[in-house]
Unconditional design. Structure first.
Length: 65
């Protein structure tokens, strides 16, 4: 997902965030971002699993005996 972001870009984003929010708020913001990203990732996986199970249910089963 973030494979195109390099070290330089991350440093720039952190420096800009440090200038905007200050050193006291930055750890809290990073923590909240991490939690939000975790919830987003879990929701994405849940939707993906639901789609896969729906596709699997809709496949015709070959039961020739």
């Amino acid at each position: 997902m973030f494979s195109n972001i390099g070290t330089g870009e991350i440093i720039v984003v952190v420096l800009v965030a440090l200038l905007i929010f200050g050193p006291r708020k930055l750890p809290e913001i990073a923590r909240n971002f991490g939690k939000a990203f975790h919830h987003f990732k879990k929701s994405y996986q849940d939707v993906e699993n639901e789609i896969k199970s729906t596709i699997e249910e809709d496949k015709p089963h070959d039961k020739t005996m």
